[in-house]
Design a protein around this ligand. Structure first.
Ligand code: KG4
Ligand code: ZN
Length: 333
């Protein structure tokens, strides 16, 4: 029995959430539109926005859940990985609040929290399960044995798949973050129209840097012939790029499921919001006899609901941190 406040501030979303006895009551997210004009997240601007948003966001979730701060049993916060300046805001806020209330601090690994987001809503996976964790900074296939025991079976050797979506979108002249834009445009496109070569990487690892170069050269060549090539083919380009990235992701996932003899398959992280990935995964569920777990949209991209539920699971294990813990921009897995 515990009331946990979760705080997320690793990148460009300031978010807070209340979890009561394992039930996530709310999930307030203040997004930062300011970065759009720069084509990516500007770390210093992110810190300033977090500073501005953190008090109102935390205040809002407490009021909404009808919880007084002194009824909290613990504060879970993202210790890393992420942008140092952004993490510092959430870390300092969580520490001062926990110190003033004399309650435990629960430091959370952001990528593990993406995985544990599966324990917010039903149906929940049972251990062990595999999780394809796909975000702007990570691409991993994990074997999840417990909330604290996750093994990396494979991961990207260079760019993350979210980064590949964003960079491809930039080449198409789309605003940041490009992933959701590609998803939207692809819905009206023909994915078989253009072919982009996939990297051949051993084991369960990935490589997404080559595809960006192959898109760049392809577009350069076509635009030389027809200046309007991109605008005339934007939907087909988006669909073809998206399908290439998704098939790369899923080929290795199938291999991992066979290797580990596990048929409970989850996806997590920002790219798991992709509608095509969700659809294909559901088709694979039938074809490969998988039980597939896909989080609700609000728990795919960065959110404090996943931090609060992780806090709940780790509170039970008394995995508490110290006031002297510093943020870890490259927090080891
Ligand atoms: O997990 P997340 O919100 O932040 C990180 O921890 O990185 O993931 C952000 C990434 C971005 O690269 C964004 O373009 C991608 O997730 N993304 C998507 C979609 N929604 C977000 N990529 C493809 N399709 C989407 N619908
Ligand atoms: Zn994330």
């Amino acid at each position: 029995m515990a009331v946990i406040l979760g705080i997320e501030s690793s990148c460009d979303e300031t978010s807070a959430s209340i979890c009561i006895n394992g039930k996530v009551i709310n999930n307030e997210i203040a997004s930062q539109a300011i970065h759009e004009q720069y084509g990516g997240v500007v770390p210093e601007l992110a810190s300033r926005e977090h500073q501005r948003n953190i008090v109102p966001v935390v205040d809002h979730v407490l009021k909404h859940a009808n919880i007084n701060a002194n009824e909290l049993d613990g504060i879970a916060y993202t210790r890393g990985p992420g942008l140092l300046g952004a993490l510092l805001i959430g870390n300092s806020f969580a520490k001062s609040m926990a110190a003033s209330l004399s309650i435990p601090l629960i430091p959370i690994h952001h990528m593990k929290a993406h995985v544990l987001a599966h324990f917010i809503d039903d149906p929940k996976p049972t251990y062990p399960f595999l999780c394809l964790t796909v975000s702007g900074g990570h691409t991993q296939i994990l074997r999840v044995n417990s909330p604290t025991d996750m093994i990396i079976l494979g991961q990207t050797l260079d760019d993350a798949v979210g980064e590949a979506f964003d960079k491809a979108a930039k080449l198409l002249g789309l605003p940041y973050p490009g992933g959701p834009m590609i998803d939207k445009l692809a819905q009206e496109g023909d994915a078989t129209k253009f072919d982009f070569s996939k990297a051949d990487v051993p084991d369960l690892n990935y490589s997404f840097s080559g595809i960006k170069t192959s898109i760049l050269y392809f577009l350069r060549k076509e635009v030389q012939k027809n200046q309007n090539f991109i605008s005339e083919n934007i939907n087909d380009l988006a669909a073809s790029i998206q399908d290439t990235l998704i098939s790369m992701l899923l080929e290795k996932l199938i291999q991992a499921a066979k290797q580990e003899k596990v048929n409970q398959i989850a996806i997590a992280g920002g790219v798991s919001a992709n509608s095509r990935l969700r659809k294909v995964l559901n088709e694979y569920a039938i074809e490969h006899d998988w039980e597939v777990f896909i989080p609700d949209f609000q728990y795919c991209t960065d959110n404090a609901g996943m931090i609060a539920i992780s806090g709940h699971l780790l509170y039970e294990k008394k995995a508490f941190g110290l006031l002297s813990d510093s943020p870890l921009p490259r927090m080891p897995f």
